[in-house]
Design a binder for this molecule. Structure first.
Ligand code: ADP
Ligand code: MG
Length: 280
């Protein structure tokens, strides 16, 4: 799953690490690829990402095997991360002149996933790729790598602006580079049900994307924003908080919709934390 939205601060990284943690805590083997030079996902997962640490930069630009940069997350043993270091900030330009510049991440991941199939640690069930807030070559590599796109949308006024550009880019990648790519999942983040605006934005998103939008919305939560400063996801930092429970539920919805993991359809879906009157 490629977690993308070219807007900054909408909850991409928070969604990547917490959905990944939710999946991993359910017993799945999960890999997070931090594909943003800011390295926020690496920070939140508590993995080393000082300049010079083997990272996604070496994979993308130097063609290093991904296995050399994968780190196990300290808090959740079934969660692994390919970190991003500050070195990645030059990659956008360095990639331009390299061969197969759009498919380098994909190729490296394919090899790594093959290796994992045969390894004692076992196969990887989910890969989540965190993207920078732009539609450059780093994001293109992430789109070529993924099968699905997860778009976090912040429930605020400009939420839908820029979305058509994002969808156009995804269509272009689908047509030319990755036929399986599609927007499978939209998650409403930083939802504050006390404001009419948040409810209106949520309603509008659900009207446009009824299939893709998860029933769960992620509330604004101080615990979610505190967790990264402790090198943790909110799932381990404060597992009982509203934010952790929302992300756990979002992760459960993701697995429920996955044909590979789906058992009998579940009737036990929990209510959303949006206010009454919100159409599901
Ligand atoms: N549900 C939430 N409640 C409170 N703060 C949040 C929530 N989701 C994200 N944040 C905070 O908002 C900021 C932007 O989120 P982030 O996930 O880094 O966005 P992006 O990766 O899209 O730039 C971060 O400081 C993060 O801790
Ligand atoms: Mg981010």
């Amino acid at each position: 799953m490629t977690v993308a939205n070219q807007k900054g601060g909408v909850g991409k990284t928070t969604t990547t690490v917490n959905v990944a943690a939710g999946l991993a805590m359910a017993g799945l083997n999960v890999l997070v690829i931090d594909n943003d030079p800011q390295g926020n996902a690496s920070t939140a997962l508590g993995v080393e990402h000082r300049s010079g640490t083997p990272s996604v930069y070496e994979v993308l630009v130097e063609g290093a095997p991904m296995s050399e940069s994968v780190q196990q997350c300290p808090d959740i043993p079934t969660l692994w991360c390919v970190p991003a270091t500050i070195d990645l900030s030059g990659a956008e330009i360095e990639l331009v002149s390299l061969v197969s510049r759009e498919t380098r991440l994909r190729r490296a991941l394919d090899v790594y996933l093959q290796e994992r199939e045969a390894s004692p640690e076992g196969r990887i069930d989910y890969v989540l790729v965190d993207c920078p807030p732009s539609l450059g070559l780093l994001t293109v590599n992430a789109f070529v790598t993924g099968r699905e796109v997860l778009i976090p949308i912040q429930c605020e006024y400009y939420a839908l602006e820029g979305l058509s550009q994002l969808l156009k880019t995804i269509d272009m990648i689908k047509a030319h580079l990755n036929p399986t790519l599609h927007v499978s999942t939209i998650l409403l983040t930083m939802y504050d049900g006390r404001t009419n605006l948040a409810q209106q934005v949520a309603q509008e998103v659900r009207t446009h994307f009824p299939e893709q939008t998860l029933r769960t919305t992620v509330p604004r939560s101080v615990r979610i924003s505190e967790a990264p400063s402790h090198g943790q996801t909110v799932m381990t930092y404060d597992p009982g908080s509203t934010g952790a429970l929302a992300y756990l539920e979002a992760a459960r919805e993701v697995t429920e919709r996955d044909p590979a993991l789906r058992g009998a359809p579940s009737q036990t879906t929990t209510a959303t934390n949006e206010q009454q009157g919100e159409t599901r």
